[in-house]
Design a binder for this molecule. Sequence first.
Ligand SMILES: Nc1ncnc2c1ncn2[C@@H]1O[C@H](COP(=O)(O)OP(=O)(O)OP(=O)(O)O)[C@@H](O)[C@H]1O
Ligand SMILES: [Mg+2]
Length: 586
Amino acid sequence: MRALQYLNRYLKKYRFLILLGLLFTVSSRVFAVVAPSLVGDSITAIEQFIRSGEANLTDIKILLLTNIALIIGAALISGLFTFSMRQTIINVSRHIEYDLKNNVYDHYQKLSLRFFKQNRVGDLMSRISEDVSRVRMYVGPALMYSINTVTLFIIVISYMVSVAPKLTLYTLLPLPILSFLIYRLSRAIHERSTLVQQMLSKLSAFSQESFSGINVIKSYAIERNRTSGMVSISKESRNKNMSLVKVQAWFFPLMILLIGISNVLVIFIGGNQYINGQIELGVLAEFIIYVNMLTWPVATVGWVTSIVQQAEASQKRINEFLSQKPDIQDCIKATKKLSNFNISFDNVNFTYDDTGVKALKNVSFKLQSGKTLAVMGPTGSGKTTILQLLSKTYLPNSGKVSLGDFSLEEYAQKDICEIMGVVPQQPFLFSDTIAHNISFGKPNANKLEIEKAAKQASVHSNIVDFKRGYETMLGERGITLSGGQKQRVSIARALIKRPKILLLDDCLSAVDTETEEAILNGLRENNKDTSTVIVCHRVSSAKNADYILILKDGEIAEYGTHEDLVSKAGYYKELYEEQRSEDDKI
Ligand SMILES: Nc1ncnc2c1ncn2[C@@H]1O[C@H](COP(=O)(O)OP(=O)(O)OP(=O)(O)O)[C@@H](O)[C@H]1O
Ligand SMILES: [Mg+2]
């Protein structure tokens, strides 16, 4: 039950509603147990009338009619309270589900990129939906039925004891056996439902990946392959479910058997007591109703136990993620305000700890505010890593990355994000309108600002060609942009922020050289005080930069202006010659 303790904060939050629910539950049970004693009363009255024949028939009729009216009245009141009980407790569980989902989602968003690389999207989704739903069953139905059962037991059993203590003892004899069996069964259920939940996560992760990668799957014609993968996970999932169901299937037969035994005991022992004149016939009838009244609550004990066990397993999985901390947390030192935007790398070393790849080795350079740096180098040489360190996505293992007068660690992440415009290597657009995708960088931007950013990114003319222009929907239910259009929309998204520092990660690779030139010229003219770091593979993108930095295996191999670098042999010069001769061929 340790994992479920996490939920106490929510139970506390809604304690008044839960208390009200408790009150409704007790009231509804009190009115529910009125009926059996009235039935008992009526049967005893009829029996006495038949036996002695002394009483007045009209009196009996009045008694019976009164009892019937009382039984109906009590049932109505009890029903009303049952309705209110559900309305309060089940509603509380929906509130808690809502809070918990938001909480988990909020927490996911705070976690570092590494967390999302290590965990599959399907798994994240199943924990926030499936697992949270299971937990809701604990704070809703499980709580409600527990209160219900406990109340009913206290009322019914105390009443039974007061009427016929010996008979009560025999009737309830099978219950401890039942409790023991339930305990054994729920342990097995707990273990098996954890496995089932794991399989469910695997299943949704696999199908999610299949649908996201449908393009690749179709173009490689590996649908069959994926399907057989799906079938084998489904099979495993089915087997796990079967083994869970097998254990669960024992519950109801066991309940019914044990309640049946109780019924037999009432009739046998109660019958003997009646024959010996120890109890009245009405009591016998009353007890049979009580025993059957207890059937459902006893059955729910088992059901509730299994819900609690499943909720425990699910909450454990949720807590696993909730207990993860973001890799980089703003430390207490993060109090400095950004004032100037000179960038400097000082002997920076960085290793990705999950792969052990040493991505940057002793990297040092400076970039004055307003200048442009082009970073080039073979793939895997550490270009993207430089940008990641600059945006404080990761912290260096040694050395210092500074902005202005202080190291990045001394600024709050939020402040850094505010002044940066980042265009990632793989642009991502949301299933929303183009306008919203651009204004994402500045949520309250007006139409004019959006158009201006799109013009700077040279994508305005493409957008107005669409039938619905800036209101064109993208993604799942909308149109698909070309690679180059996507890149430019994501550049516009960064530009609309009017960032002080602009990081462009190979984001002109899918546009032709003319457009590339237009975009870069536009950037230079319109963002004179913006420091720009542009990662690229083409000399044409780099040649106008103030400085060019060539990386090789995480180390700086060359550094200087275009003129500096073409005047000496090296990676840049080779690239320059190669790309120039290609241009000549055209
Ligand atoms: N998130 C990560 N976790 C672990 N290793 C990583 C991660 N990102 C990059 N690496 C490794 O770090 C090295 C540098 O990667 P980086 O992404 O900086 O290269 P790059 O120069 O941007 O390459 P490309 O031109 O292909 O984009 C590579 O060997 C890569 O495998
Ligand atoms: Mg890269």
